[in-house]
Design a protein around this ligand. Structure first.
Ligand code: GLC
Length: 592
């Protein structure tokens, strides 16, 4: 029998020892009060995914159990108490399937096997059981847009002739030009260059081209082919049968292509720039037909007990288009990257929040909020720099003011966790990790070779303890390999061990915020109302019952409103506790 965590009645008073300790600590340290009264069961509990806090485990960098310098399932299992103490509801694990690891596992060779780097299927099943026993749900990462070039289907396609059924599962086309020497069209790979690679046919002659929106080792599947849809329904069932609670859908906006394969023309240039492309009326991003695929997926997930869910990775330009993925009987949730990509400025943040909420309310779906993930520059560095962009454009990182970034990241955490809906925390943001500089010879990201950009700086292994690398990431011992990416020596100051012992650390802030979020009925799913009297440059909203968030993005301290008690602050308050400094945030409770 598979065990599932009970349905979350998450609005409850502190219950565990850790939570009580946190609230006690809170009171001792800051003379602050916590919400009173038994709030458990006060509100109708919707499905867990409407308000879950999901922790992203970038498995190869979380914890290394066997000493090969790469994180694995054994390491993750050994650190589950940390996640429980942090107070997250679920984890999302980046791909762990058999893979040649050209793109860190996003090139899947076998969707039903665990890569030996990470462990075995028995380890995966044990992890799911451990998580469920701790009340933590498990979301796995599904990669349907492309396979690895080592996948049996692609190998069969290479061995078969042009026009064969084997090639029909992918996008093989003859080239243009007199000798077929030019790619079939001008589509661009997200990792730079043409999205087409030419194959050599079995007789040794230069042959057809195949499409890959990412690396050449990641050929795109042809979702017009019925066998592809059938296979992925079966893969979904395979993992649902093993007890997973949900799926993150990789490149969810890319599966369907315009079969006429029209040129991009002038848009091709924009496609090469860092940052999300414009997906409006695009031949391969965000096509209307995607809903048909996901509606079927939803039917499969809904046929299982226990509120299984999907979260789509869909980089689409218009929030209303994003909402289409959630409309009616399509997917449950989708990442809201507009918020992640938004500048640290009150008008922009407010506009993004409003647009997002409006688009989601219309389709009765919860919004998701996310600040960082394994593809973008860590937000502590982004917020400390005027130059660095989110999407691998780390050109401005030499200019980063990490103290400023930390201050803003602390405020952003309180904003993130107070917004209506569900929130994602990328591993290490709770420690305040920053984008690590990676020496060129150590870079692993396939994007680097073709664009000069790398996502490796946000993927560096976690510092757990101790004063020198690998900071407890790998077990101690002389035959232990160095971490797969080098950790900055300064990360001794942000190890989980160090921060757990420091009541003012980022970790302590996240733990308090998550414990409070669980106990406050106003937080999680629901609505917000902007405070009418907020000064310019200040974000302030209330949520009922009795909660207010204020973030000061103006250039001077702002007085706190009368009639409200401070529950949690991202920084020390000014003027004897009556004003909120610049780049600070507070959670307030209405005084009765
Ligand atoms: C998604 C993943 C990214 C990967 C790409 C190709 O954007 O998040 O890491 O490189 O898809 O699978």
């Amino acid at each position: 029998m598979l065990r599932h965590p009970p349905a979350f009645h998450s609005r409850r008073p502190p219950e565990t020892i850790e939570e009580r300790a946190l609230t006690d600590l809170e009171q001792q340290l800051h003379g602050l009060s916590t919400p009173s009264g038994d709030r458990a069961g006060d509100r109708a509990g919707g499905p867990w995914w409407r308000e879950a806090v999901v922790y992203q485990v970038y498995i190869r960098s979380f914890a290394d159990g066997n000493g090969d310098g790469i994180g694995d399932i054994a390491g993750l299992r050994s650190r589950l108490t940390y996640l429980q103490e942090l107070g997250v509801d679920a984890i999302w694990i980046n791909p762990w399937y058999r893979s040649p690891m050209v793109d860190a596992g996003y090139d899947v060779e076998d969707y039903r096997e665990i890569d030996p780097l990470f462990g075995s299927m028995a380890d995966a099943e044990a992890l799911i059981a451990d998580c469920h026993a701790l009340g933590i749900r498990v979301i796995v990462d599904l990669v349907p847009n492309h396979t690895s070039s080592r996948h049996a289907w692609f190998q069969a396609a290479l061995a078969a002739a042009p026009g064969s059924p084997e090639r029909a599962r992918y996008w093989f086309r003859p080239g243009r030009g007199a000798e077929g020497e030019l790619p079939p069209n001008d589509w661009r790979s997200r990792f730079g260059g043409s999205a087409w690679t030419r194959v050599t046919e079995a007789d040794g002659s230069p042959g057809e081209w195949y499409l890959h929106l990412f690396a050449p080792e990641q050929p795109d599947l042809n979702w017009d082919h019925p066998e592809i849809a059938q296979e992925f329904l079966s893969i979904l069932r395979f993992w649902l049968d093993r007890g997973v609670d949900g799926f993150r859908i990789d490149v969810a906006h890319g599966l369907v292509k315009d079969p006429a394969l029209p040129d991009l023309g002038e848009r091709a240039v924009r496609e090469d720039e860092p940052g999300p492309p414009d997906t409006t009326d695009h031949p391969y991003w965000d096509r209307d037909e995607l809903s048909d695929i996901y509606r079927e997926w939803r039917r499969v997930a809904d046929s299982y007990a226990g509120d299984r869910m999907f979260v789509a990775e869909a980089w689409v330009s218009d929030p209303h288009r994003l909402a289409r993925y959630l409309d009616g009987d399509v997917l449950h949730t989708a990442f809201n990257f507009h918020f992640l990509d938004c500048a640290w400025a009150a008008p922009a943040l407010r506009a993004t929040i409003d647009e997002t909420l409006a688009a989601h309310v219309r389709v009765h779906a919860p919004s998701t909020w996310v600040l960082s993930n394994h593809d973008v520059t860590r937000h502590r560095s982004r917020y400390g720099s005027r130059l660095a962009g989110a999407l691998g454009d780390s050109g401005g990182l030499s200019e980063v003011d990490l103290a400023l970034g930390e201050r803003r990241a602390r405020a952003a955490a309180l904003l993130l966790l107070a917004l209506p809906g569900s929130a994602y925390v990328y591993q290490g943001e709770e420690l305040g990790l920053w984008e690590a500089p990676i020496p060129e010879q150590a870079i692993q990201d396939p994007e680097f070779a073709r664009t000069g950009r790398t996502r490796d700086g946000c993927r560096v292994p976690m510092p757990w303890s101790g004063e020198v690398a690998p900071f407890g990431f790998s077990p101690a011992g002389s035959d232990v390999a160095a971490p797969w990416l080098p950790q900055p020596a300064e990360w001794a100051s942000v190890s989980a061990e160090r921060e757990a012992a420091d009541a003012d650390s980022m970790l302590a802030l996240y733990r308090r915020a998550l414990a409070l979020r669980r106990s406050l009925r106003a937080l999680g799913d629901g609505e917000l109302s902007w405070a009418l009297e907020a000064p310019e440059g200040v974000l302030a909203f209330t949520r009922e019952p009795g909660f207010q968030l204020i973030v000061n993005l103006s250039e001077a301290p702002v007085p706190l409103p009368a009639g409200w008690r401070v529950l949690l602050a991202s920084c020390e308050l000014a003027d004897g506790g009556t004003a909120l400094p610049v780049d600070g945030a507070v959670w307030l409770e209405r005084e009765l």
